[in-house]
Design a protein around this ligand. Structure first.
Ligand code: SF4
Ligand code: SF4
Length: 324
């Protein structure tokens, strides 16, 4: 029996992670450390605690509730967390009267998660949707995810795997048998730039993409979408977009249904704040539509079929912030 998974949260009624209306399951743990990560709470494979200043009434209850003594109030009364000592026991969360302490991550069994996901079956069935496993990197909890996905497939529910591509080949393969759509992130083709912006080279990721290609070639019911986050001055260069498109056209011809360029957004600013992390993109504005159209045009200069390239995400109105 698969051991319990470390689960972050569910996003119901999602329309961005595959076809139809979906429930996206966010899991904890990822080997990448992307400078722009929109889910920083999903990187660690441990339960974490966060403090929400806007709902804190500075009563101090949490300070005495912590058995590790890792909470203190600074001179302004703001709660500070010693994250090295915190073991995620959750006692401060239970003690806080206003919900200003929150746990990020909980252990969940295969059967408990399956039961929750099956409750939204009518949405999936009427919309052509299903369940997407995301993170973090779901393949790092391969046994757990494969068992839940297998249960869903048995129930006739469409399953998707949203992967950053960095896990062992064996972990990825164990999920592919239970996956009907792979959403594979391809961020940067230059290995040095990949190392600089994500903390690791892209060699294993590219090898895993070829492994996915070989597997789904024998498994035609499983489809493949590639997703590239458009990050200002990191992934959005003409050179990078053409390199990705050329790589896909050369190595995965006829296999990819869609190459999606996902526009940068800064909605995750508060997540970094609550985890006491600095984020270099906190003040970076959204692209304008003109800038996004330019990136799309660059991608279309590559040898990848233009009709399969799409842009997603919001843009800012021209001239509102700096810019044009
Ligand atoms: S989760 Fe436990 S160890 Fe961490 S701050 Fe709260 S009470 Fe202390
Ligand atoms: S118990 Fe909650 S409301 Fe009180 S100081 Fe701690 S975080 Fe703030």
């Amino acid at each position: 029996m698969a051991k319990d998974g470390l689960f972050l949260h569910l996003q119901r009624l999602s329309t961005e992670d595959g076809p139809g209306i979906r429930t996206t399951v966010f899991l904890k743990g990822c080997f990448l450390n992307c400078a722009w990560c929109h889910n920083p709470e999903s990187i660690s494979n441990k339960v974490q605690v966060q403090h929400i200043e806007t709902t804190c009434i500075h009563c101090g209850t949490c300070l005495s509730a912590c058995p590790q003594g890792c909470l203190l109030a600074d001179e302004n009364g703001t709660i500070q967390i010693n994250r090295t000592e915190c073991d995620g026991c959750g006692q401060c969360v239970e003690a806080c009267p206003t919900g200003a302490m929150e746990l990020l991550g909980q252990s969940i069994s295969v059967s408990a998660l399956t039961d929750i996901l099956l409750k939204d079956r009518s949405y999936y069935e009427t919309s052509g949707g299903g369940v997407t496993f995301s993170g973090g990197e779901p393949a790092l909890q391969a046994d757990f995810c494969a068992t839940v996905m297998s249960n869903l497939m048995e129930a006739g529910i469409h399953t998707a795997l949203d992967t950053c591509g960095l896990a062992s080949g064996q972990q990825l393969l164990s999920l592919l048998s239970f996956t009907r759509l792979v959403l594979f992130d391809l961020k940067l083709m230059d290995p040095q730039l990949h190392q600089r912006y994500t903390g690791v080279s892209n060699t294993a990721i590219l090898n895993n993409l070829l492994l996915v290609r070989d597997t789904i070639t024998r498994q035609p019911n499983t489809r493949l979408w590639i997703r590239t986050p458009l990050i200002p001055q990191a992934t959005d260069s003409r050179k990078n977009l053409i390199s990705i498109g050329d790589f896909l056209a050369k190595n995965l011809p006829g296999i990819i249904d869609r190459w999606e360029l996902c526009a940068f957004n800064n909605l995750c600013r508060d997540k970094y704040r609550r985890l006491d992390l600095d984020w270099n993109y906190a003040d970076t504005p959204l692209f304008t539509q003109t800038e996004l159209d330019q990136r799309l045009a660059w991608a279309m200069e590559s040898s990848f079929p233009s009709e399969k390239i799409i842009l997603s995400g919001a843009s800012r109105v021209n001239n509102v912030i700096g810019g044009e």
